[in-house]
Design a protein around this ligand. Structure first.
Ligand SMILES: Cc1cc2nc3c(=O)[nH]c(=O)nc-3n(C[C@H](O)[C@H](O)[C@H](O)COP(=O)(O)OP(=O)(O)OC[C@H]3O[C@@H](n4cnc5c(N)ncnc54)[C@H](O)[C@@H]3O)c2cc1C
Length: 503
């Protein structure tokens, strides 16, 4: 993995930078009386050396843990003025290496931003600091019958700020939308230290949709310091149906038929045989073990409607060779059905020393073809693959199993993963459904985008961060200076890069 060459001058100034930052973010504070503000100790830095993509590790220059927007603003301003890069970090669960540190960059941890600031039931929204966990938002409102809909499987740990930065999804996003569809407002600190507010508590802000631009921007445009999200009232009833199939084609056909008939389930997930067995061994969800594919379909709404939809889904499944079908009788059983799916990643972690979790999206009708091709690739690469995915929205999560201690297995796994993502694009899909580009998919961006597309996206980056201080080496496969992209800053009357043609 090639990263930008570290700036040796910044590394040489490390002690000075840490001392200056400690003045801006002292240990403890009125908001967060416990804990360090700046971490420099080598052993302590190790805790931050990777995110959920553990194959890549790099201790950061220093870690800074601010607890107020003012501190974030001062840190960014300082780093801007002293040529120091910043890697924002939420809970560090990214599977694409978005929070991977750089040797010459400050990792800015938002863990101390962990308070719910307001619960506004009248306007059905919650204002939270970015370090609040995804599940923490639902837990804050569930006593009054509300919840926050996007529910990544990592929801117990991942932060709402990280969810915005990755436009995170989850089981319930098929019906209720991704993070971007549930976000109302943001506060963000720009690299210059300026603080901007986007959106609010209302549905339709009148300005340019900058919130749409920032959602999914992977820490490249600014540091999010406050988030306002919509909350929903919990449905009157929710039931899940567990359906086992003799092959993945039958399951995929069932998915396509359910959606084609105008039914939008609250969740529609698929697991293949290896994933079913791993999850069942781990969670004991009573999954059928004699099937090749399992669908979990959740239907919610008024009781009569849910009962009717379950009958229709069952009829569709019978038309598509279902071999076992069980509808949850109560909430405990519904939770059990989901427990296996939600724990599928760690469950697979028990059957293989390492795995790479891929995240491509495809049009639903391509599912059988793509699954078939993946089986062929698995044979060719000599590596097992377990499939767990959001079948309803065509978002695949093939888990490629490997052992990093066996020579060349990581390289083979990565090549296999890249082939899967190329296949997703070839059938009309996209490189990432919800985990982001980070470093993992960075070098595949040209599989999907043209030079013009990429230059256009980079110009947007330059509008927010012309010095390219925020999270460099992520998302963009080539580093252009902003001047090369048609934007330039004239400093002291001297035009930078005078030999480059302007337009
Ligand atoms: C077991 C497991 C299951 C998962 N399941 C899902 C799933 O179902 N759906 C899904 O979408 N994802 C899933 N993920 C991936 C991950 O949890 C999400 O991408 C999540 O949104 C990352 O949040 P985080 O707080 O951990 O962010 P981090 O990993 O800390 O950072 C992720 C990116 O966001 C940026 N960032 C973080 N905070 C801020 C901020 N305040 N301001 C600006 N930029 C910021 C970082 O620079 C980085 O680029 C899973 C991960 C694991 C380990």
């Amino acid at each position: 993995m090639r990263m930008p060459d570290p700036d040796t001058d910044v590394i040489a100034r490390r002690a000075r930078i840490a001392r200056d930052l400690r003045r801006l973010v002292p240990d403890g504070s009125s908001n967060s009386p416990v804990g360090e503000g700046v971490i420099v100790d080598e052993d302590e830095l190790r805790a931050y050396e990777c995110d959920g993509l553990t194959a890549y590790r790099q201790p950061p220059l220093v870690v800074v843990l601010p607890s107020t927007t003012e501190q974030v603003s001062k840190v960014l301003r300082y780093c801007h003025d002293h040529g120091v890069k910043i890697v924002p970090r939420g809970a560090g669960t990214s599977l694409s290496g978005g929070a991977l540190p750089l040797a010459d960059a400050v990792t800015l941890g938002l863990g101390k931003f962990n308070r719910i600031l307001d619960i506004d039931y009248d306007n059905r929204c919650v204002v939270a600091q970015p370090g609040v966990t995804n599940l923490g938002i639902t837990q804050a409102v569930q006593a009054r019958g509300f919840y926050y809909a996007p529910d990544p499987s990592s929801q117990i740990a991942c932060s709402i700020g990280g969810n915005v930065a990755e436009n995170a999804g989850g089981v319930h996003c098929l019906k209720y939308g991704l993070t971007t569809n549930n976000l109302l407002g943001l506060e963000m600190v720009l690299m210059t230290g300026e603080v901007v507010r986007l959106g609010g508590r209302h549905l339709d802000p009148g300005d340019l949709d900058l919130m749409g631009v920032v959602t999914g921007s992977e820490g490249l445009l600014g540091v999010i310091t406050e988030v306002t999200v919509r909350i929903l009232r919990g449905p009157e009833t929710a039931r899940a149906v567990l359906m086992g199939f003799p092959d993945t084609t039958a399951a995929a056909d069932t998915v396509a038929a359910i959606i084609a008939q105008g039914i939008i389930p609250a969740g529609l997930e698929m697991m293949d045989r290896p994933a079913i067995h791993a999850a069942e061994d781990f969670v004991h969800a009573d999954y059928p073990l004699d099937v090749e594919a399992l669908l979990i379909c959740e239907l919610d709404g008024p009781e009569a409607e849910v009962d009717h939809l379950i009958e229709r889904v069952a009829a569709i499944a019978h038309d598509n060779r279902v071999v076992s079908l069980r509808a949850s009788a109560d909430d405990a059983e519904r939770a059990l059905f989901w427990a296996g799916r939600k724990a599928a990643f760690p469950a697979v972690g028990r059957i293989s020393p390492d795995y790479l979790c891929m995240d491509g999206s495809i049009p639903r009708q391509a599912l059988p073809r793509v699954l078939q091709r993946m089986t062929e690739m698995s044979r060719r690469y000599g590596l097992r693959v377990a499939n767990v995915f959001h079948a309803g929205d065509g978002n695949l999560h093939p888990l490629i199993l490997f052992d990093a201690n066996v020579s060349d297995e990581l390289e083979r796994a990565e090549a296999f993963g890249a082939d899967i993502l190329r296949l997703c694009v070839a059938v009309g899909g996209v490189l990432t459904g919800e985990h982001g580009v980070g470093v993992e998919k960075r070098d595949l961006m040209y599989t999907m985008f043209t030079e013009t597309d990429m230059a256009h996206q980079q110009r947007l980056k330059c509008a927010f961060d012309p010095g390219q201080f925020l999270n460099p080496g992520k998302v963009f496969p080539t580093l252009h200076r902003c001047a090369e992209l048609g934007r330039m800053r004239v400093s002291g009357g001297a035009v930078p890069f005078p030999d480059i043609p302007r337009f």
